[in-house]
Design a protein around this ligand. Structure first.
Ligand SMILES: [Fe+2]
Ligand SMILES: [Fe+2]
Length: 197
């Protein structure tokens, strides 16, 4: 019955799809025939993508995970090995450019952030999501409902890293809604009117 009413993709498949996108952007960055301008565009796309992804996880996935798996799990994902560390590194990267700081320095900072991101994604995919999915009450319906909420959260997600902004409900939702338009305006400039989706 539950599966029959699940009409939206599961939140976990949506999250893991974002993760796959980040991995392929980072592969592309390190691929052959890349010039500084191409690397800059990928750096910016990763900053934007990870900021939106973290914002949506913090609104939809982590509160539910906290409720069902406990504070320790949620705080670990938010903390100094997870989102907080990522936001700090990506906001440092956000203040750099390939042109001004040089490819080597830009790549070194991005590599540092990607190392944290890869470790974090591994933990989510191989440790926290399987634990969450195995809990009683977590069924296809709930995951589908959360998937719908995850998509809605994208519409007001921040698109730049904000290490000092609130990361838990309800304050994060308010802060995101206030900050997203400013980030959006800055991104329109950065991506010449066509920010990546
Ligand atoms: Fe995360
Ligand atoms: Fe994630």
């Amino acid at each position: 019955m539950a599966a029959a009413t699940a009409t939206h993709p599961s939140v976990i498949s949506m999250i893991n799809q974002d993760h796959a996108k980040f991995r392929s952007l980072w592969d592309e960055y390190r691929g052959p025939n890349m010039n500084g301008e191409m690397k800059q565009k990928i750096g910016w796309a990763l900053i934007r993508g990870v900021a939106m992804h973290s914002s949506c996880e913090e609104e939809v996935m982590y509160p539910e995970l906290r409720k069902r798996l406990g504070d320790e799990a949620a705080e670990h994902l938010l903390g100094l090995e997870g989102h907080q560390k990522l936001k700090t590194l990506l906001s440092e990267l956000d203040s750099m450019t390939v042109e001004k700081h040089g490819e080597a320095a830009y790549t070194a900072k991005l590599s540092e952030a990607m190392k944290v991101l890869y470790h974090h994604m591994e933990e989510e995919e191989h440790q926290f999501w399987p634990q969450f999915e195995a809990l009683p009450g977590v069924d296809a319906d709930l995951l589908s409902h959360m998937g719908k909420k995850f998509e809605t959260a994208r519409a007001h997600a921040v698109t730049r890293p904000h290490p000092w902004a609130p990361n838990k409900p309800p304050l994060n939702v308010v802060a995101n809604m206030m900050t997203a338009p400013l980030d959006g305006a800055a991104d329109m400039w950065r991506f010449a009117g066509h920010p990546p989706q």
